[in-house]
Design a binder for this molecule. Structure first.
Ligand SMILES: [Zn+2]
Length: 194
């Protein structure tokens, strides 16, 4: 058996995710740039939390969450290329320890900032495809913003955040679609809404 390294927070700094728009794939990179430029020109404050997420990072987030939060057996996690992690820990007698395994996974979910999520982060997503951006958007007063078609839109109603429905329509003109799947993913925009 290959020499594997035990799960734990040491993994979290590996396979880092990007917050740079330049790590997105064309043409979505251009769409996201244009939409965010329009937001900033309108006076909104935009803070990007995530763009590209490597598959290895998605794997570590997904399985640590399932072990920590959903009763996944650490001994039955499938392996993935390039990530030599040992999810199941042993006690001092060399027996399998579910407690140590779960504690290590919990520490990872905390360090990833995913310990309060209601569902597991996806193994494959628009982030791993370089076609998604997580960002917070805020403004004061009314937001006068240009659509991609050149028309001027005045958004007077709230909320004054990325959850504003009028803003979702403006984003769509740029090809930047607000999350439209089950549940809520407040900061998430992508090429498809997934
Ligand atoms: Zn996202």
């Amino acid at each position: 058996m290959a020499c594997r390294e035990l799960s734990g927070v040491i993994w979290v700094s590996r396979f880092p995710g990007s917050v740079s728009l330049s790590d997105l794939a064309p043409p979505f990179q251009d769409y996201a740039n244009a939409f965010i430029d329009a937001l900033k020109a309108a006076g909104a404050v935009v803070s990007i939390a995530a763009t590209y997420r490597p598959l290895e990072r998605a794997y570590l987030m997904h399985w640590s969450w399932l072990i920590a939060k959903a009763g996944q057996d650490p001994r039955k996690v499938p392996s993935t290329p390039g990530v030599s992690i040992q999810w199941d820990h042993q006690d001092d007698e060399g027996e399998y320890s579910s407690e140590r395994s779960i504690d290590a996974a919990k520490a990872m979910t905390k360090a990833y900032g995913i310990d309060t999520l209601a569902i597991a982060p996806a193994l494959i997503s628009r982030h791993t495809a370089r076609c998604a951006v997580d960002m917070s958007i805020r403004w004061h007063g009314a937001l006068g913003i240009l659509s991609a078609d050149g028309s001027h839109v005045c958004i007077a109603e709230g909320p004054k955040t990325g959850m504003n429905r009028q803003l979702h329509m403006v984003g769509a003109t740029y090809g930047v679609i607000k999350y439209n799947q089950r549940g809520q993913d407040r900061p998430h925009w992508s090429d498809t809404g997934a």
